[in-house]
Design a protein around this ligand. Structure first.
Ligand SMILES: [Zn+2]
Length: 399
């Protein structure tokens, strides 16, 4: 009988289990309440920014919860991810450009090689040049049959090297100045050989821009994730966000200015020096606490505006100098498109469209800041495409 009835130990055990359950439930409930998304009117002042976004706010959560919230739904989720994905896109483009861009140029001309060879007059080719190309014994056969892409790929790697080694030293720099071409070699040969002697020019201005874009996108994404933690952290990450925008604008000048004026050091240094000083000043105004007072608000706004608008000067100068070059028109089209994308982003950002039309309807997806983010990534990507055109132009043309 006694064995069937519950012992006092068992009763104690169940009681303590029940206590634990209650405690866990209590903790879970407390966490739920504590880390609940709240509405605009419940926000502390430092988080009140857009009165047309009514709900789904995180407010003063611990850092751990803030970090984990990047995988949950709230009104900043898409702001975090639009620029985080943008950051990884530019990281990929940086690695891709570092490893593949010169190949793209080679391939472009490789595809035209059969036509160039067919149109060349081999009777006029300097015999010394043919003797120098042991890996191409049947060069004249190209005139009658189209070489396969496999074959072209196999010879392309060392063809440039072979031809460059073969030619006299001053001829190997012939793409820099037409006056150095020896009279003994025909134009046909030069037309065929010169494009194959692609010598990639320096990439650092292009990588400066890619670095600026990555910094801006990562700073922005971090800012949107962390700003809700506390007033202090919000202040810090917002400053970094502004500095990132200044870095993106300033570094965007480097590829167009450097590659447009690389043969004109005075203007190259003038424009790059000017934008570098303006960029550093704007970043300092964004970051340093002593410039944060309301009396500096118009100075900060003027610096950002001045940086953006000053880009028009070198771009117009470039158009005047090289108006007949197709690459210059091509890059200008990209630059105008970039201006339209950034301009549209700024208008949407400032007017808070579409959420002002239907407050509360775009809290999670579709509000102005998300559209602004997408337009910034699109504008920066347009600039990347323009940068590739500059590289191709200067790789082939030199000065
Ligand atoms: Zn943002």
């Amino acid at each position: 009988m006694g064995g069937d009835s519950p012992t006092s130990e068992m009763i104690d055990g169940r009681t303590s289990d029940n206590d634990c359950d209650k405690e866990d439930k209590g903790k879970r409930l407390w966490k739920k309440v504590k880390y609940q998304l709240i509405e605009y009117h419940s926000l502390p002042m430092f988080l009140r920014d857009n009165e047309f976004i009514l709900g789904y706010y995180r407010s003063e959560w611990p850092l751990k919860q803030v970090f984990l919230s990047m995988f949950s739904i709230h009104n900043e989720t898409l702001n975090v991810w639009t620029h985080l994905i943008g950051f990884f896109l530019f990281l990929f483009l940086t690695i891709y450009t570092a490893t593949r861009a010169p190949d793209l140029v080679d391939l472009h001309y490789l595809q035209r090689l059969p036509d160039m060879i067919r149109s060349a007059d081999f009777h006029k080719i300097h015999p010394e040049l043919l003797n120098c190309l042991p890996s191409l014994p049947n060069l004249s056969d190209f005139k009658t049959s189209l070489p396969s892409m496999d074959f072209l790929s196999s010879v392309s790697g060392n063809l440039v090297e072979l031809v460059t080694n073969c030619l006299p030293e001053r001829l190997s720099h012939s793409y820099q100045t037409e006056n150095s071409v020896p009279h003994g070699v025909s134009d046909d040969v030069m037309n065929m050989v010169a494009p194959l002697m692609v010598r990639p020019i320096t990439r650092w201005p292009f990588f400066v821009f890619l670095g600026g874009a990555m910094f801006c996108l990562l700073a922005s994404s971090t800012c949107h994730l962390l700003a809700c933690h506390s007033a202090r952290l919000s202040y810090i990450v917002l400053r970094c966000d502004y500095a990132g925008i200044a870095a993106l604008i300033a570094t965007s000048f480097y590829p167009p200015v450097y590659y447009s004026f690389m043969c004109n050091p005075f203007f190259c240094n003038l424009y790059l020096g000017f934008i570098t000083i303006l960029g550093i000043a704007t970043m300092a105004f964004s970051l340093l606490p002593m410039f944060q007072g309301p009396k500096f608000r118009s100075t900060r706004a003027s610096l950002f505006f001045g940086m953006g608008v000053s880009g028009v000067v070198p771009l117009v100068h470039k158009l005047i100098l090289f108006r007949n070059r197709p690459e210059v028109l091509h890059t200008t089209c990209y630059e105008v498109l970039m201006g339209v994308l950034y301009g549209l982003g700024a208008v949407i950002y400032a007017t808070r469209i579409p959420e002002r039309w239907r407050p509360g309807k775009f809290d999670i997806a579709g509000h102005s800041h998300q559209l602004f983010h997408i337009l910034v990534v699109a504008g920066a990507y347009t600039h990347y495409r323009a940068g590739l055109v500059y590289l191709r132009w200067r790789d082939l043309q030199g000065c």
